[in-house]
Design a protein around this ligand. Structure first.
Ligand SMILES: [Zn+2]
Length: 283
């Protein structure tokens, strides 16, 4: 059973569920208004969050989408509040309105490489037999950046893109020194091989480093990430960006190089990240 967690004075969230690919849903509350982050992967998921908020005397006034992947937007149907999204997210949702989510259509898209098996399975599991998805379009659209004043608490929403999704946005709450990263730090999963590209990764790291945060929220991570952990993660990304170019995507040389830089053997997670950079290398 998922229950609401309090992160700080102004922020609560519902933890993620790995099996059905439910991302974190969060609410940021000021003196005047509450901003909800992401709609969830089904009406059921969105309803659970709404019920949990109500139990805590909270309700959303606006909702912002971190990006248009199914697990963040399928809960939009009965949301009933104004939805904010980046331009690309809006356009992607418009395209998704045309798609069928029945077994046959999903399996066909997996075969064509337009959908990935993990998502198709999670969609079947989460939605069971009810695959009639009504996706309303967002109400407010921005291109680069916007700020919302919730009353003594602000949310800065910035489009950052990256390999995972071109429309990825992050949400910064300066009063709480908290940065919601959505899925932007994850690899591109919609490719033959999961990958990071040096160009997109280095741009993304720079954008994240612009924000002074102590707490980072990644949508599919169980625990919030500390500044120390995020610094290590971003350092690894930067070293991988450098090494993949320097060694022209040669995995063995990159591993040697990074082990030398870190002065130890690489962990499983670090090797996985390095492998994604190898996969994304183009001459
Ligand atoms: Zn995603």
């Amino acid at each position: 059973m998922q229950t609401l967690q309090r992160l700080s004075k102004h922020i609560v969230y519902l933890p993620p569920v790995q099996e059905t690919d439910r991302p974190i849903l969060a609410a940021v509350t000021g003196n005047k208004k509450t901003l909800i982050i992401d709609a969830g992967n089904s009406v059921r998921h969105a309803q659970l969050f709404q019920d949990e908020l109500l139990r805590n005397d909270l309700s959303g006034d606006f909702l912002v989408l971190t990006h248009s992947h199914w697990d963040h937007v399928f809960g939009l149907e009965n949301i009933g509040i104004s939805v904010i999204s980046q331009e690309k997210t809006y356009n992607n949702i418009k395209d998704m309105q045309q798609l069928s989510w029945e077994d046959e259509a999903l399996d066909q898209r997996v075969k064509e490489g337009a959908e990935i098996p993990f998502c198709a399975d999670a969609i079947k599991l989460e939605l069971e037999t009810n695959r009639e998805i009504y996706l309303p379009l967002p109400d407010m659209i921005f291109e680069k950046k916007m700020t919302i004043d919730l009353g003594n608490v602000t949310c800065v929403i910035e489009h950052v893109g990256g390999d995972h999704a071109k429309d990825s946005c992050i949400i910064y709450v300066p009063e709480e020194k908290t940065l919601f990263l959505g899925d932007c730090l994850y690899a591109n999963l919609y490719a033959e091989k999961w990958n990071y590209t040096a160009k997109q990764a280095s741009l993304l790291v720079q954008k994240i480093e612009d924000y002074d945060a102590d707490t980072y929220i990644l949508s599919h991570h169980d625990q919030p990430c500390t500044r120390l952990k995020m610094e290590a993660e971003l350092k690894l990304m930067k070293e991988c960006v450098r090494a993949v170019v320097e060694h022209r995507g040669n995995r063995a040389l990159m591993e040697q190089d990074l082990a030398k830089v870190l002065n130890r053997n690489l962990t499983e997670d670090e090797l996985e990240t390095l492998g994604f950079f190898v996969n994304g290398y183009v001459e």
